[in-house]
Design a protein around this ligand. Structure first.
Ligand SMILES: Cc1cc2nc3c(=O)[nH]c(=O)nc-3n(C[C@H](O)[C@H](O)[C@H](O)COP(=O)(O)O)c2cc1C
Length: 160
């Protein structure tokens, strides 16, 4: 295989960029994610590729819930903040306004829309990321017409 072609081709897949909120007991955390998509209408399912060596993945494995915060075009700095690993940045939600959703996962006040999910399946046998499948059990919209931030808007890459 031409590794350069593989990288370029995979990076051409369009993605959004989100802040995924997680919880374990009374601890909350959130991280930037782009490998996220809807995978079923009925029930409504969302799949997220989650790095297995992160605090967030361990928290999802434990409490089996997550939120997906969909952000607006002006929110690149917010997304940048949540790229930092919790082990380095400490409490990333400390100075970010949020509330706890129905699942207990954090919902960012700035999100233009959000969904909350209960984890139904985790495929973690292969690769450096696990595929976490969650059923959408709650949703909210703050700004119906605002377009969502995409990975292309940020100029970053995650993939290849
Ligand atoms: C543009 C971008 C997209 C990312 N997408 C994902 C993703 O889809 N899944 C993932 O697990 N990590 C993704 N990451 C990496 C996490 O944001 C990063 O590992 C984070 O530090 C994990 O946070 P935690 O240590 O608080 O769990 C992405 C990073 C960047 C810069």
């Amino acid at each position: 295989m031409d590794l350069e072609a593989k990288k370029i081709a995979l990076r051409k897949i369009p993605h959004g960029v989100y802040v995924v909120g997680v919880k374990q007991d009374s601890q909350v955390n959130a991280f930037t994610a782009t490998w996220l998509t809807q995978v079923s209408f009925t029930p409504p399912l969302v799949a997220v590729g989650m790095r297995k060596d992160t605090l967030s993945f361990k928290m999802v494995e434990a409490d089996k819930v997550f939120s997906v915060n969909i952000l607006g075009k002006e929110h690149k700095p917010l997304v940048e903040h949540f790229v930092k690993p919790a082990t380095v940045a400490g409490e990333k939600l400390k100075d970010v306004p949020y509330r706890l959703g129905k699942t207990g996962a954090p919902i960012l006040e700035d999100a233009i829309a959000y969904v909350e999910c209960e984890v139904r399946e985790i495929a973690n046998r292969l690769g450096d990321h696990a595929v976490v499948i969650g059923e959408v059990i709650e949703a909210g919209v703050r700004s119906k017409d605002a377009p969502a931030l995409t990975l292309m808007d940020t100029g970053w890459h995650y993939g290849g």
